[in-house]
Write a protein that binds this ligand. Structure first.
Ligand code: UT7
Length: 315
């Protein structure tokens, strides 16, 4: 099978750190509540001179350098985001412009909320399979500036999210493992950003409903890709979950009776960065030297829509 090989990873988070104590200044909450209910200790928010595309550019630049590929060989840039700076041009086109990538590259954004990066990987694989030249690369970016969509007086949402970007340069690889599962529910109520006739585009969420959805959907996704590949969870080296809540990830870990090392987390430092959370995690794991050739990794996420997905990839 033609699998999808990640050949380079990068990430970027804004410098501005907001601790739980800072977030708690204006609302009735505290560090202890946020840590125990979510695992989050701090998050990053963009400064005035930063944009969604400036984060995306830095993450993409790092991924391309890490891959060591020529920009001329990048055929697709897909940015996964719900928080673009403007409707058009796409963040992907802004990345193309800033990084001076040639005009034979096709660029567009997709929005599948927190599942976005996983949809992006699957989309680029489909596109690369159609290319005559199988040595072309795809650049998939998850980039979010969620701080612009937070009502800092709503303690049920403003504590959870952060800004950041992660990116992966990928190519097709013959005889590589690859499986994908996805779906969506067509749901607005449980999790959305913005509403008709409202000026402010704030996150609105029924937290408990999202939590229940996550802890049932993640195992279904994992089981789907395991069944399709005739593998068991013991054959998997890492399960990289969307970083939404430490308790959600721990519930999945416990269900499969797996060690914590298999379910890496960085939600403590960044909060939930939506489509950026999985590529940021992957890039940090890469920097720490956690990947070895032949490892099998499941990427799994869920988000507004309600959407869900998992990709099983080989390193
Ligand atoms: O990418 C997907 C995005 N979203 C998610 O993944 C969210 C998933 N859900 C969650 O992470 C959790 O449901 C939350 C962290 C949002 C909430 O945790 P919970 O354990 O489900 O709390 P809860 O909503 O059941 O609220 C428990 C209590 C309530 O008070 P009462 O009714 O028991 O008096 C809330 O009003 O905690 C209160 N509460 C807070 N207290 C202090 C809610 N938010 C806060 C807060 N600080 N920030």
């Amino acid at each position: 099978m033609n699998g999808l090989k990640i050949v380079g990873l990068g990430h970027f988070v804004p410098e501005n750190v907001y601790t739980n104590d800072e977030i708690s200044k204006n609302i009735e909450t505290d560090d202890e509540w946020i840590r125990t209910r979510t695992g989050i200790e701090e998050r990053r928010f963009v400064g005035n001179d930063e944009t969604n595309y400036s984060l995306a550019v830095k993450a993409a630049d790092m991924a391309i350098k890490n891959a060591g590929v020529s920009k001329d060989d990048i055929s697709y840039i897909i940015t996964c985001t719900f928080s673009a700076d403007f409707p058009v041009p796409s963040i992907a086109c802004m990345v193309q412009s800033e990084l001076e990538i040639g005009d034979s590259c096709t660029c567009f954004d997709i929005n599948a909320a927190c599942s976005g990066f996983l949809y992006g990987l699957h989309t680029v694989r489909g596109l690369l399979l159609q290319e005559k030249d199988k040595n072309k690369y795809g650049l998939v970016i998850g980039s979010e500036v969620i701080s612009r969509h937070l009502d800092m007086n709503d303690r049920e949402t403003c504590i959870l999210f952060g800004d950041g970007a992660g990116a992966a340069v990928v190519k097709l690889e013959e005889n590589y493992l690859y499986e994908f599962t996805s779906g969506s529910k067509g749901n607005y109520e449980v999790l959305h950003v913005g509403a008709l006739n409202e000026d402010k585009q704030y996150v609105g969420m029924k937290g408990k409903d999202v939590f229940k959805f996550a802890v049932t959907t993640i195992p279904k996704c994992i089981n789907n890709v395991l069944n399709e590949s005739n593998l068991s969870i013991d054959d998997i080296d890492y399960v990289v979950c969307h970083q939404a809540n430490k308790r959600i990830i721990e519930a999945v870990m416990t269900k499969y009776k797996q060690p914590a090392e298999k379910f890496p987390m960085n939600i403590m430092k960044y909060g939930n960065t939506s489509a950026a959370s999985i590529p940021i995690m992957l890039s940090e794991m890469n920097e720490k030297g956690m990947f070895k050739k032949g490892q099998k990794v499941i990427l799994v996420g869920f988000g507004a829509g309600l959407t869900w997905a998992a990709n099983l990839i080989e390193i």
